[in-house]
Design a protein around this ligand. Structure first.
Ligand code: IDP
Ligand code: MG
Length: 136
């Protein structure tokens, strides 16, 4: 039985600022993802704080929320068989310095905080994150 899933992907401000969105979207489609929905938005710090609430006790939380709200982002619903895991694999490790060759963060990430892309880490969080950005 094929397990078609949806996951939430974000092209973060550092990548949008460098005009990498088309290149990154092409990486998704080339790797078999369907971009089911997408929109370009600029969220407030309060919205970023809500989105990243699971990290609220981390020392980097404030910077993280400042950063995600610092400029336009592209939010997308990606579809593929096992989309959550497949997207995590394509993104690579959180720290671009540790990400494997060929991954998005290795190719495009600048640093652990400016790592170009976000991807849901579980099916449960994918559902929550999709609802957060696509309420309709
Ligand atoms: P993930 O994006 O690979 O799922 P998480 O641990 O969920 O990584 O962290 C969320 C985001 O917070 C990361 O993508 C990164 O931008 C930022 N972050 C994670 N760890 C650090 C850190 O040690 N210093 C600064 N920023 C961090
Ligand atoms: Mg995460």
């Amino acid at each position: 039985m094929s397990n078609l899933e949806q996951t939430l992907s974000i092209i973060k401000p550092d990548a949008v600022e460098r005009d990498l969105q088309d290149k990154i979207k092409e990486e998704f489609t080339k790797n078999g993802f369907n971009i089911f929905k997408e929109k370009k938005i600029h969220i407030t710090k309060t919205e970023a704080e809500e989105f990243y609430k699971v990290h609220q006790t981390k020392i980097f939380y404030n910077n993280l929320c400042e950063y995600l709200s610092s400029g336009p982002i592209i939010v997308m619903i990606l579809e593929k068989v096992e989309a959550v895991a497949e997207n995590r694999k394509l993104m690579g490790a959180t720290d671009p310095k540790k990400a494997e060759e060929g991954t998005l963060r290795k190719k495009y990430g600048l640093s652990i905080d400016k790592n170009s892309v976000h991807g849901s880490d579980s099916q449960e969080n994918a559902k929550k994150e999709i609802l957060f950005f696509f309420k309709d």
